[in-house]
Design a protein around this ligand. Structure first.
Ligand code: NAD
Length: 256
């Protein structure tokens, strides 16, 4: 259903970004995948995605903490029918101890990058006469948790940016929405488990069940395939009137 479209997915050499890239490629889209690294593995990943799905895939290195890199990514892609703003990082600390450099990096990568990429992509979408912006926000774009000040602020910002982008493109054949995942077991979450084990003096299993999934009424992680499927749905023609909104994939977290 996405044959002939080119999708740019930021932060897509692992986790949710990779899952979304795979789902879009399976639906026929050509891909530009991205991270801040530039390794043989990154190039090999592009080649294997192209082979698996029979689509064109390029890896473009660009650091989403840098405005000029964000803009260069879209310019270098040359075409951007689907923009998935996914790159994101996390840091957990009480507000009064939160290091300024971590705050700045989270706001830059999780929020500002989406502003820069969207600003360059929208004229391309208008010219092409079709476009989809899918922002990967979070349940933390709609609710809060202690010790995640920068992340929660950035993700609420992404939801706000999603609404404004939708309004500014409302009369164009372009939509902009945010997917709000609950916990998905990806490297960003895996990295939080040892700290949480220490903080709560709990086993890995207990941290997962009693701390992380305690907020997720289903008691299960969401999967990268489920986030990918939601992105494909938002890119489909049936979703043409869905714009400026959030879709939670969180096992009931935000219903609580
Ligand atoms: P992840 O750590 O597996 O992936 C993050 C991706 O961003 C990686 O590909 C990484 O290379 C890339 N990245 C990091 N810094 C970058 C930079 N400076 N420039 C370019 N790329 C950079 O984590 P994930 O769980 O897949 O997270 C992806 C997105 O989903 C993030 O925005 C995250 O906030 C969001 N999210 C994740 C969860 C979850 O439970 N995993 C829940 C809600 C939202």
């Amino acid at each position: 259903i996405l044959t002939g479209k080119t999708a740019v997915v930021t932060g897509s050499n692992s986790g949710i970004g990779l899952g979304v890239a795979q789902a879009l490629a399976a639906a026929g889209a050509d891909l530009v995948i991205n991270s801040f690294t530039d390794t043989p593995e990154d190039q090999a990943l592009a080649e294997s995605l192209a082979r698996d799905h029979g689509v064109a895939v390029r890896y473009i290195q660009a650091d989403m903490s840098k405005p000029a890199d964000c803009r260069r990514l879209i310019e270098q892609a040359g075409r951007c029918d689907i923009l998935v703003n996914n790159a994101g990082i996390q840091h957990v600390a009480p507000l009064e101890d939160f290091p300024t450099e971590n705050w700045d990096a989270i706001i830059a990568i999780n929020l500002n990058s989406a502003f820069h990429t969207t600003a360059v992509a929208l004229p391309m979408m208008r010219k092409a006469g079709w476009g989809r912006v899918v922002n990967v926000a979070s349940a933390h774009g709609l609710t809060a948790s202690p010790y995640k000040s920068a992340y929660v602020a950035a993700k609420h910002g992404v939801v706000g940016l999603t609404k404004v982008t939708a309004l500014e493109t409302a009369t164009d054949p372009i939509t902009c929405n945010a997917i709000c995942p609950g916990y998905v077991l990806t490297p960003i979450v895996e990295k939080q488990i040892p700290d949480q084990m220490k903080t709560h003096n709990m086993s890995r299993e207990d941290v997962i069940a009693k701390v992380m999934l305690q907020r997720q009424p289903s008691g299960e992680f969401a999967t990268v395939e489920q986030i990918g499927g939601t992105a494909v749905f938002l890119c489909s023609d049936i979703a043409a009137q869905i714009t400026g909104t959030t879709i939670s994939v969180d096992g009931g977290w935000t219903a609580l």
